[in-house]
Design a protein around this ligand. Structure first.
Ligand code: DGY
Length: 321
């Protein structure tokens, strides 16, 4: 009988996922969940058949070129694969997979949380309560922007964008979207397709980004784009920080052009620019779009299904390289 394939698991995963790994593979776990340096990762990868990594592991071309020849597959515990140089993996003949579909509900929930919290000034209110400094009520006190019935622009109408659209309809929002391709009509549920951002942005009193991070989407949300939004718009991002020009966003928030922003992702995580926290009109979360028990388990099982397929000699369902 062949020995079970060995897997370097770079971060601590949910118990049920680690149990399945222990049953079917020879895993090397990261028990204290310490972020490995590149040199540690490369040293631990020696003789491994597979890597099971998160977006916190930066698999640049230089790192991939130095991986041992035993490594056949990099299974990502993430839907985003911008941390992985896919061309470099292809050159090395290493299969790369991700975990699509299973994050959509959790991430759309966080999108709704950001929309509501940014629009209704939740951060300001919460800080007041925690500081014990709330001392009066008046009709002008903490007046925010109402979501109900307003237009929501969605950039990127993949799985997360589509679930966000569904949730937003619960608030009677009218959905507009920009996507590389128009969705089939039965998936649009009345959402209006825009062929360019030039027509989407001027109607987007609320704007949510759900596109992947690619060279084409880098700094997509820049000063020009923000200037096209209606005055007092609300912007939220649960996709990737690289999609936003953070200088331009800070300027739009400071000037009041944007009423507020809700952010879960940033350019240089976890070192977020302190200017965001210094503003009252931001609501900030630490990249927790997929952080529910259900979703984190599902991501792990999906990553393991991909590994199982590779070691069974089959095509993994979520192959990206
Ligand atoms: C993803 O899956 O891309 C999430 O951002 C967590 O990594």
């Amino acid at each position: 009988m062949n020995p079970k394939p060995s897997v370097l698991v770079t971060r601590t995963l949910p118990a049920a996922v680690e149990a399945r790994l222990a049953k079917d593979y020879q895993p090397r776990f990261n028990e204290d969940d310490r972020l490995y340096t590149t040199e540690e990762l490369l040293a631990f990868a020696v003789d491994m058949d597979a890597l099971l990594i998160c977006h916190t592991e930066h698999m640049s071309a230089a790192v991939i070129e130095r991986l041992p020849h035993t490594v056949r597959v990099i299974a990502n515990y993430s839907v985003g694969v911008d941390h992985c140089d896919l061309d470099a993996a292809r050159r090395r003949g290493i299969v790369v997979t991700n975990t699509p579909d299973v994050l959509a509900d959790a991430t759309a929930e966080i999108t709704m949380l950001l929309l509501l919290a940014a629009a209704r000034r939740a951060s300001e209110g919460e800080r007041l309560m925690r500081a014990g400094t709330w001392d009066s009520w008046s009709p002008a006190f903490m007046v925010g922007t109402q979501l109900t019935g307003k237009p929501l622009g969605i950039i990127g109408m993949g799985r997360v964008g589509q679930v966000t659209a569904r949730r937003a309809r619960g608030f009677d929002m009218t959905v507009h979207y920009f996507n590389r391709r128009r969705l089939p009509e039965e998936l649009e549920h009345g959402a209006r397709f825009h062929e360019s951002l030039d027509t989407l942005l001027p109607v987007s009193e609320f704007l949510a980004v759900h596109c992947p991070s690619t060279p084409e989407t880098e700094n997509l949300i820049n000063a020009d784009c923000l200037a096209q939004l209606p005055d007092g718009a609300v912007f939220v991002n649960t996709a990737r920080g690289s999609v936003v020009d953070e200088d331009a966003l800070l300027e739009a928030l400071r000037s009041g052009r944007l009423a507020a922003a809700g952010l879960d992702v940033y350019k240089n995580e976890p070192r977020v620019r302190p200017e965001f926290a210094a503003l009252d009109n931001t609501f900030l979360l630490p990249h927790i779009g997929s952080a529910t028990k259900e979703t984190r388990d599902a991501m792990g099982f999906r990553a393991l299904d991909n590994l199982d397929a590779v070691f069974a000699g089959a095509e993994p369902r979520d192959r990206v390289a």
